[in-house]
Write a protein that binds this ligand. Sequence first.
Ligand SMILES: *Cc1c(COP(=O)(O)O)cnc(C)c1O
Length: 399
Amino acid sequence: MNTSEKLIATEQRLGAHNYKPLDVVLTRGEGVYVWDTDGNRYLDCLSAYSAVNQGHCHPKILAAMVEQAGRLTLTSRAFRNDQLAYLYEELAALTGSHKILPMNSGAEAVETAIKAVRKWGYEVKGVPEGKAEIIVCADNFHGRTLSIISFSTDPDARTGFGPYTAGFRIIPFGDAEAFAAAINGNTVAALIEPIQGEAGVVIPPAGYFTRIRGLCTDNNVTLILDEIQTGLGRTGKLLAEEHEGIEADVTLIGKALSGGFYPVSAVLSNSEVLGVLKPGQHGSTFGGNPLACAVARTALKVLTEEGMIENAAEMGDYFLEGLRSIRSNIVRDVRGRGLMMAVELEPEAGGARQYCHALKERGLLAKDTHDHTIRLAPPLIISREQVDWAVSQIEKTIT
Ligand SMILES: *Cc1c(COP(=O)(O)O)cnc(C)c1O
Protein backbone atom coordinates (compact mmCIF):
# COMPACT_ATOMS: atom_id res chain seq x y z
CA MET A 1 0.00 0.00 0.00
CA ASN A 2 1.26 3.48 -0.79
CA THR A 3 0.79 6.42 1.57
CA SER A 4 -2.59 7.51 0.28
CA GLU A 5 -4.00 3.98 0.41
CA LYS A 6 -2.80 3.62 4.00
CA LEU A 7 -4.32 6.94 5.03
CA ILE A 8 -7.63 6.12 3.36
CA ALA A 9 -7.75 2.72 5.08
CA THR A 10 -7.10 4.35 8.48
CA GLU A 11 -9.82 6.92 7.88
CA GLN A 12 -12.22 4.15 6.96
CA ARG A 13 -11.35 2.19 10.07
CA LEU A 14 -11.30 4.96 12.68
CA GLY A 15 -13.43 7.77 11.32
CA ALA A 16 -17.18 8.18 11.34
CA HIS A 17 -18.36 7.73 7.78
CA ASN A 18 -20.38 10.94 7.60
CA TYR A 19 -18.66 11.92 4.33
CA LYS A 20 -17.95 10.04 1.13
CA PRO A 21 -14.92 11.89 -0.26
CA LEU A 22 -13.26 11.26 -3.60
CA ASP A 23 -10.21 9.09 -2.95
CA VAL A 24 -7.62 11.80 -3.36
CA VAL A 25 -5.39 12.59 -0.37
CA LEU A 26 -4.17 16.17 -0.57
CA THR A 27 -1.04 17.39 1.11
CA ARG A 28 -0.32 20.85 -0.31
CA GLY A 29 -2.14 23.77 -1.90
CA GLU A 30 -1.09 26.95 -3.66
CA GLY A 31 -3.42 29.32 -5.50
CA VAL A 32 -5.87 27.37 -7.64
CA TYR A 33 -3.87 24.13 -7.34
CA VAL A 34 -3.63 21.32 -4.80
CA TRP A 35 -1.24 18.32 -4.78
CA ASP A 36 -1.84 14.78 -3.55
CA THR A 37 0.57 12.57 -1.63
CA ASP A 38 1.75 11.00 -4.89
CA GLY A 39 2.75 14.40 -6.24
CA ASN A 40 -0.13 14.79 -8.71
CA ARG A 41 -1.39 18.33 -9.25
CA TYR A 42 -5.08 19.22 -9.50
CA LEU A 43 -7.01 22.35 -10.37
CA ASP A 44 -9.39 22.81 -7.44
CA CYS A 45 -12.88 23.50 -8.77
CA LEU A 46 -14.61 23.21 -5.40
CA SER A 47 -12.55 25.60 -3.27
CA ALA A 48 -13.72 23.85 -0.09
CA TYR A 49 -17.32 24.82 -0.88
CA SER A 50 -16.20 28.43 -1.53
CA ALA A 51 -14.15 28.83 1.64
CA VAL A 52 -10.94 29.18 -0.38
CA ASN A 53 -12.10 31.98 -2.70
CA GLN A 54 -8.75 33.75 -2.25
CA GLY A 55 -6.82 30.65 -3.39
CA HIS A 56 -4.99 28.08 -1.28
CA CYS A 57 -2.47 29.35 1.27
CA HIS A 58 -2.66 32.97 0.17
CA PRO A 59 0.73 34.36 1.26
CA LYS A 60 -0.65 37.55 2.82
CA ILE A 61 -3.30 35.74 4.85
CA LEU A 62 -0.66 33.21 5.89
CA ALA A 63 1.67 35.99 7.03
CA ALA A 64 -1.11 37.67 9.03
CA MET A 65 -2.01 34.37 10.65
CA VAL A 66 1.57 33.52 11.60
CA GLU A 67 2.21 37.01 12.93
CA GLN A 68 -0.96 37.04 15.03
CA ALA A 69 -0.48 33.43 16.22
CA GLY A 70 2.89 34.40 17.63
CA ARG A 71 1.42 37.35 19.51
CA LEU A 72 -2.06 36.52 20.85
CA THR A 73 -4.58 33.87 19.79
CA LEU A 74 -7.45 33.75 22.27
CA THR A 75 -8.68 35.92 25.06
CA SER A 76 -12.34 34.87 25.11
CA ARG A 77 -14.86 37.70 25.07
CA ALA A 78 -14.47 38.03 28.85
CA PHE A 79 -11.74 40.50 27.89
CA ARG A 80 -11.25 42.66 24.82
CA ASN A 81 -8.61 42.20 22.13
CA ASP A 82 -7.00 44.70 19.80
CA GLN A 83 -8.20 43.07 16.53
CA LEU A 84 -11.99 42.82 16.92
CA ALA A 85 -12.72 46.54 16.66
CA TYR A 86 -10.77 46.74 13.40
CA LEU A 87 -12.63 43.76 11.96
CA TYR A 88 -15.93 45.43 12.87
CA GLU A 89 -14.83 48.70 11.32
CA GLU A 90 -13.59 47.09 8.10
CA LEU A 91 -16.64 44.84 7.71
CA ALA A 92 -18.98 47.75 8.34
CA ALA A 93 -17.17 49.91 5.79
CA LEU A 94 -17.23 47.15 3.20
CA THR A 95 -20.82 45.99 3.62
CA GLY A 96 -22.60 48.97 5.12
CA SER A 97 -23.81 46.94 8.09
CA HIS A 98 -24.42 48.65 11.40
CA LYS A 99 -24.04 45.78 13.85
CA ILE A 100 -21.87 42.68 13.67
CA LEU A 101 -21.69 39.47 15.70
CA PRO A 102 -18.68 37.20 15.09
CA MET A 103 -18.95 33.41 15.34
CA ASN A 104 -16.95 30.49 13.98
CA SER A 105 -18.81 28.10 11.69
CA GLY A 106 -21.51 29.01 9.21
CA ALA A 107 -24.09 26.96 11.09
CA GLU A 108 -23.38 29.01 14.21
CA ALA A 109 -24.03 32.22 12.29
CA VAL A 110 -27.37 30.78 11.13
CA GLU A 111 -28.27 29.72 14.68
CA THR A 112 -27.31 33.16 15.97
CA ALA A 113 -29.58 34.86 13.43
CA ILE A 114 -32.47 32.56 14.30
CA LYS A 115 -32.10 33.35 18.00
CA ALA A 116 -31.83 37.08 17.36
CA VAL A 117 -34.84 37.36 15.04
CA ARG A 118 -37.02 35.34 17.40
CA LYS A 119 -36.15 37.64 20.29
CA TRP A 120 -36.64 40.65 18.04
CA GLY A 121 -40.05 39.24 17.11
CA TYR A 122 -41.16 39.03 20.72
CA GLU A 123 -39.58 42.22 22.02
CA VAL A 124 -39.92 44.58 19.08
CA LYS A 125 -42.55 43.25 16.70
CA GLY A 126 -44.83 42.05 19.51
CA VAL A 127 -45.33 38.44 18.44
CA PRO A 128 -46.91 36.36 21.26
CA GLU A 129 -44.32 34.33 23.22
CA GLY A 130 -43.47 31.00 21.60
CA LYS A 131 -45.31 31.77 18.34
CA ALA A 132 -42.52 33.15 16.16
CA GLU A 133 -42.38 31.75 12.63
CA ILE A 134 -39.52 31.85 10.17
CA ILE A 135 -40.09 31.27 6.46
CA VAL A 136 -37.50 29.06 4.75
CA CYS A 137 -37.28 27.47 1.31
CA ALA A 138 -37.47 23.87 0.19
CA ASP A 139 -34.11 22.34 -0.80
CA ASN A 140 -32.31 24.81 1.45
CA PHE A 141 -28.89 24.22 2.93
CA HIS A 142 -28.03 26.23 6.02
CA GLY A 143 -25.85 23.82 8.01
CA ARG A 144 -26.01 20.73 10.16
CA THR A 145 -27.16 21.64 13.66
CA LEU A 146 -30.42 20.28 15.06
CA SER A 147 -32.47 23.44 14.61
CA ILE A 148 -31.17 23.89 11.08
CA ILE A 149 -31.82 20.31 9.96
CA SER A 150 -35.28 20.62 11.51
CA PHE A 151 -36.26 22.71 8.49
CA SER A 152 -34.27 20.79 5.88
CA THR A 153 -36.25 19.01 3.16
CA ASP A 154 -33.37 16.62 2.40
CA PRO A 155 -34.26 13.24 3.96
CA ASP A 156 -30.57 12.35 4.47
CA ALA A 157 -29.96 15.57 6.40
CA ARG A 158 -33.10 15.28 8.54
CA THR A 159 -34.40 11.74 9.01
CA GLY A 160 -33.71 10.09 12.35
CA PHE A 161 -32.63 13.22 14.20
CA GLY A 162 -35.91 14.27 15.83
CA PRO A 163 -37.51 15.67 17.90
CA TYR A 164 -37.21 18.73 15.73
CA THR A 165 -37.19 22.45 16.44
CA ALA A 166 -40.56 23.99 15.60
CA GLY A 167 -41.36 27.41 14.16
CA PHE A 168 -40.36 27.09 10.51
CA ARG A 169 -42.59 27.33 7.48
CA ILE A 170 -41.23 25.81 4.26
CA ILE A 171 -42.17 27.22 0.85
CA PRO A 172 -40.82 26.56 -2.68
CA PHE A 173 -37.68 28.53 -3.63
CA GLY A 174 -38.14 31.21 -6.27
CA ASP A 175 -41.92 31.49 -5.82
CA ALA A 176 -42.80 34.99 -4.59
CA GLU A 177 -46.55 34.22 -4.47
CA ALA A 178 -45.95 31.31 -2.11
CA PHE A 179 -43.83 33.63 -0.02
CA ALA A 180 -46.58 36.25 0.16
CA ALA A 181 -49.12 33.59 1.14
CA ALA A 182 -46.88 32.22 3.92
CA ILE A 183 -46.58 35.52 5.79
CA ASN A 184 -48.79 36.04 8.83
CA GLY A 185 -48.72 38.19 11.96
CA ASN A 186 -46.28 35.83 13.67
CA THR A 187 -43.74 35.82 10.85
CA VAL A 188 -40.54 37.28 12.27
CA ALA A 189 -38.15 36.49 9.45
CA ALA A 190 -37.37 34.83 6.16
CA LEU A 191 -34.12 32.89 5.84
CA ILE A 192 -33.06 32.38 2.22
CA GLU A 193 -29.97 31.62 0.14
CA PRO A 194 -29.58 34.09 -2.77
CA ILE A 195 -28.60 31.10 -4.93
CA GLN A 196 -29.15 27.59 -3.60
CA GLY A 197 -25.65 26.10 -3.77
CA GLU A 198 -26.03 22.63 -2.29
CA ALA A 199 -29.30 22.16 -4.15
CA GLY A 200 -27.27 22.39 -7.38
CA VAL A 201 -26.67 26.12 -7.98
CA VAL A 202 -30.34 27.02 -8.34
CA ILE A 203 -30.80 30.64 -9.41
CA PRO A 204 -34.22 32.20 -8.71
CA PRO A 205 -36.14 34.06 -11.43
CA ALA A 206 -35.18 37.71 -12.02
CA GLY A 207 -37.16 40.02 -9.77
CA TYR A 208 -37.73 37.39 -7.08
CA PHE A 209 -35.64 39.09 -4.43
CA THR A 210 -36.97 42.54 -5.24
CA ARG A 211 -40.44 41.16 -4.57
CA ILE A 212 -39.32 39.35 -1.40
CA ARG A 213 -37.64 42.52 -0.16
CA GLY A 214 -40.86 44.48 -0.70
CA LEU A 215 -43.00 41.88 1.05
CA CYS A 216 -40.63 41.78 4.03
CA THR A 217 -40.62 45.55 4.36
CA ASP A 218 -44.42 45.81 4.03
CA ASN A 219 -45.02 43.12 6.65
CA ASN A 220 -42.24 43.99 9.11
CA VAL A 221 -40.46 40.71 8.42
CA THR A 222 -36.67 40.51 8.80
CA LEU A 223 -35.01 39.37 5.59
CA ILE A 224 -32.03 37.15 6.41
CA LEU A 225 -29.85 36.22 3.44
CA ASP A 226 -27.51 33.30 3.95
CA GLU A 227 -24.50 34.45 1.92
CA ILE A 228 -22.14 31.97 3.53
CA GLN A 229 -21.51 30.42 0.12
CA THR A 230 -22.63 33.15 -2.32
CA GLY A 231 -20.97 36.02 -0.47
CA LEU A 232 -17.46 37.46 -0.59
CA GLY A 233 -17.05 37.58 -4.33
CA ARG A 234 -18.18 34.12 -5.39
CA THR A 235 -20.92 35.36 -7.75
CA GLY A 236 -18.93 38.28 -9.13
CA LYS A 237 -20.22 40.78 -6.55
CA LEU A 238 -19.17 41.22 -2.94
CA LEU A 239 -22.62 39.97 -1.92
CA ALA A 240 -25.03 38.16 -4.23
CA GLU A 241 -27.88 40.46 -3.11
CA GLU A 242 -26.29 43.19 -5.24
CA HIS A 243 -27.35 41.37 -8.40
CA GLU A 244 -30.90 42.46 -7.62
CA GLY A 245 -29.97 45.73 -6.01
CA ILE A 246 -31.55 44.84 -2.69
CA GLU A 247 -30.30 44.86 0.88
CA ALA A 248 -31.03 42.19 3.44
CA ASP A 249 -31.72 43.17 7.05
CA VAL A 250 -29.39 40.43 8.23
CA THR A 251 -26.60 38.90 6.14
CA LEU A 252 -24.72 35.77 7.11
CA ILE A 253 -21.14 35.29 5.96
CA GLY A 254 -18.57 32.60 6.73
CA LYS A 255 -16.45 30.28 4.62
CA ALA A 256 -14.24 32.69 2.59
CA LEU A 257 -14.26 35.19 5.47
CA SER A 258 -11.00 33.51 6.50
CA GLY A 259 -9.81 32.49 3.02
CA GLY A 260 -9.92 28.91 4.26
CA PHE A 261 -7.42 29.34 7.09
CA TYR A 262 -9.73 29.16 10.06
CA PRO A 263 -13.44 28.88 10.84
CA VAL A 264 -14.74 32.45 10.96
CA SER A 265 -18.34 33.54 10.41
CA ALA A 266 -20.35 36.65 11.14
CA VAL A 267 -23.87 37.95 11.39
CA LEU A 268 -24.13 41.36 9.74
CA SER A 269 -27.16 43.39 10.63
CA ASN A 270 -28.45 46.70 9.36
CA SER A 271 -31.59 46.75 11.49
CA GLU A 272 -32.33 46.73 15.17
CA VAL A 273 -32.26 42.93 15.22
CA LEU A 274 -28.87 42.35 16.83
CA GLY A 275 -29.64 45.06 19.35
CA VAL A 276 -31.95 42.70 21.25
CA LEU A 277 -29.05 40.50 22.40
CA LYS A 278 -27.87 41.56 25.83
CA PRO A 279 -24.84 40.34 27.83
CA GLY A 280 -25.12 36.66 28.71
CA GLN A 281 -27.76 35.87 26.09
CA HIS A 282 -25.47 34.59 23.36
CA GLY A 283 -21.77 33.90 22.84
CA SER A 284 -18.92 31.67 21.82
CA THR A 285 -15.52 31.03 23.41
CA PHE A 286 -13.71 31.37 20.10
CA GLY A 287 -16.04 33.87 18.39
CA GLY A 288 -14.23 37.14 17.67
CA ASN A 289 -10.85 35.86 18.83
CA PRO A 290 -7.82 37.90 17.75
CA LEU A 291 -6.41 35.18 15.49
CA ALA A 292 -9.74 34.84 13.65
CA CYS A 293 -10.04 38.63 13.37
CA ALA A 294 -6.52 39.11 12.01
CA VAL A 295 -7.05 36.35 9.47
CA ALA A 296 -10.48 37.67 8.43
CA ARG A 297 -9.21 41.24 8.10
CA THR A 298 -6.50 40.13 5.70
CA ALA A 299 -8.81 37.73 3.83
CA LEU A 300 -11.20 40.65 3.16
CA LYS A 301 -8.36 42.96 2.24
CA VAL A 302 -6.86 40.69 -0.41
CA LEU A 303 -10.31 39.91 -1.80
CA THR A 304 -10.90 43.57 -2.60
CA GLU A 305 -7.35 44.86 -3.14
CA GLU A 306 -6.35 42.11 -5.53
CA GLY A 307 -9.39 42.48 -7.76
CA MET A 308 -10.75 39.01 -7.02
CA ILE A 309 -14.40 40.03 -7.18
CA GLU A 310 -14.01 41.61 -10.62
CA ASN A 311 -12.05 38.57 -11.77
CA ALA A 312 -14.85 36.30 -10.55
CA ALA A 313 -17.35 38.26 -12.66
CA GLU A 314 -15.15 38.20 -15.75
CA MET A 315 -13.87 34.64 -15.48
CA GLY A 316 -17.33 33.44 -14.48
CA ASP A 317 -18.80 34.76 -17.73
CA TYR A 318 -15.92 33.30 -19.67
CA PHE A 319 -16.11 29.89 -17.97
CA LEU A 320 -19.87 29.69 -18.47
CA GLU A 321 -19.50 30.61 -22.12
CA GLY A 322 -16.95 27.81 -22.49
CA LEU A 323 -19.20 25.29 -20.77
CA ARG A 324 -22.17 26.32 -22.91
CA SER A 325 -20.16 25.79 -26.07
CA ILE A 326 -19.64 22.10 -25.23
CA ARG A 327 -21.74 19.95 -27.54
CA SER A 328 -22.83 16.84 -25.65
CA ASN A 329 -26.11 14.98 -25.56
CA ILE A 330 -25.68 14.18 -21.85
CA VAL A 331 -25.72 17.84 -20.75
CA ARG A 332 -29.17 18.93 -19.64
CA ASP A 333 -28.33 22.41 -18.37
CA VAL A 334 -25.39 24.71 -17.71
CA ARG A 335 -25.97 27.53 -15.27
CA GLY A 336 -24.10 29.86 -12.98
CA ARG A 337 -23.41 33.33 -11.75
CA GLY A 338 -19.85 34.52 -11.40
CA LEU A 339 -17.70 31.54 -10.49
CA MET A 340 -20.58 29.59 -8.92
CA MET A 341 -21.48 27.19 -11.72
CA ALA A 342 -23.11 23.85 -12.38
CA VAL A 343 -23.34 21.38 -15.23
CA GLU A 344 -26.48 19.30 -14.88
CA LEU A 345 -26.35 15.97 -16.71
CA GLU A 346 -29.22 13.96 -18.15
CA PRO A 347 -30.36 11.23 -15.73
CA GLU A 348 -29.41 8.63 -18.39
CA ALA A 349 -25.77 9.73 -18.12
CA GLY A 350 -25.40 7.50 -15.07
CA GLY A 351 -24.71 10.03 -12.31
CA ALA A 352 -22.34 12.94 -11.86
CA ARG A 353 -20.00 11.16 -9.48
CA GLN A 354 -18.40 9.00 -12.16
CA TYR A 355 -17.66 12.16 -14.17
CA CYS A 356 -16.07 13.73 -11.10
CA HIS A 357 -13.89 10.60 -10.84
CA ALA A 358 -12.94 10.93 -14.49
CA LEU A 359 -12.18 14.65 -14.03
CA LYS A 360 -9.96 13.78 -11.08
CA GLU A 361 -7.96 11.45 -13.33
CA ARG A 362 -7.46 14.41 -15.66
CA GLY A 363 -6.31 16.67 -12.83
CA LEU A 364 -9.48 18.61 -12.04
CA LEU A 365 -11.31 18.31 -8.72
CA ALA A 366 -15.05 18.97 -8.71
CA LYS A 367 -17.93 17.79 -6.58
CA ASP A 368 -21.10 16.08 -7.66
CA THR A 369 -24.27 17.22 -5.99
CA HIS A 370 -27.75 15.70 -6.06
CA ASP A 371 -26.78 12.75 -8.29
CA HIS A 372 -26.78 14.46 -11.67
CA THR A 373 -25.06 17.81 -11.19
CA ILE A 374 -21.37 18.69 -11.31
CA ARG A 375 -20.74 21.81 -9.30
CA LEU A 376 -17.83 24.06 -10.36
CA ALA A 377 -16.44 26.78 -8.10
CA PRO A 378 -12.72 27.43 -8.54
CA PRO A 379 -10.82 30.01 -6.48
CA LEU A 380 -11.62 33.55 -7.64
CA ILE A 381 -8.03 34.08 -8.78
CA ILE A 382 -8.36 31.66 -11.70
CA SER A 383 -6.84 32.89 -14.98
CA ARG A 384 -8.20 32.74 -18.53
CA GLU A 385 -5.66 30.03 -19.47
CA GLN A 386 -6.69 27.96 -16.48
CA VAL A 387 -10.37 28.33 -17.44
CA ASP A 388 -9.53 27.23 -21.00
CA TRP A 389 -7.74 24.19 -19.63
CA ALA A 390 -10.63 23.33 -17.26
CA VAL A 391 -13.25 23.66 -20.01
CA SER A 392 -11.26 21.40 -22.31
CA GLN A 393 -10.93 18.71 -19.59
CA ILE A 394 -14.65 18.90 -18.90
CA GLU A 395 -15.38 18.73 -22.61
CA LYS A 396 -13.18 15.64 -23.06
CA THR A 397 -14.82 13.99 -20.05
CA ILE A 398 -18.43 14.46 -21.09
CA THR A 399 -18.18 14.02 -24.85
C1 LIG B 1 -21.60 25.90 4.15
C2 LIG B 1 -22.87 26.58 4.38
C3 LIG B 1 -23.42 26.73 5.66
C4 LIG B 1 -22.82 26.07 6.88
O1 LIG B 1 -21.51 26.45 7.14
P1 LIG B 1 -20.59 25.53 8.09
O2 LIG B 1 -19.36 26.35 8.28
O3 LIG B 1 -20.35 24.25 7.35
O4 LIG B 1 -21.35 25.31 9.34
C5 LIG B 1 -24.59 27.45 5.78
N1 LIG B 1 -25.19 27.99 4.71
C6 LIG B 1 -24.70 27.86 3.47
C7 LIG B 1 -25.41 28.50 2.33
C8 LIG B 1 -23.53 27.14 3.25
O5 LIG B 1 -23.07 26.99 2.01
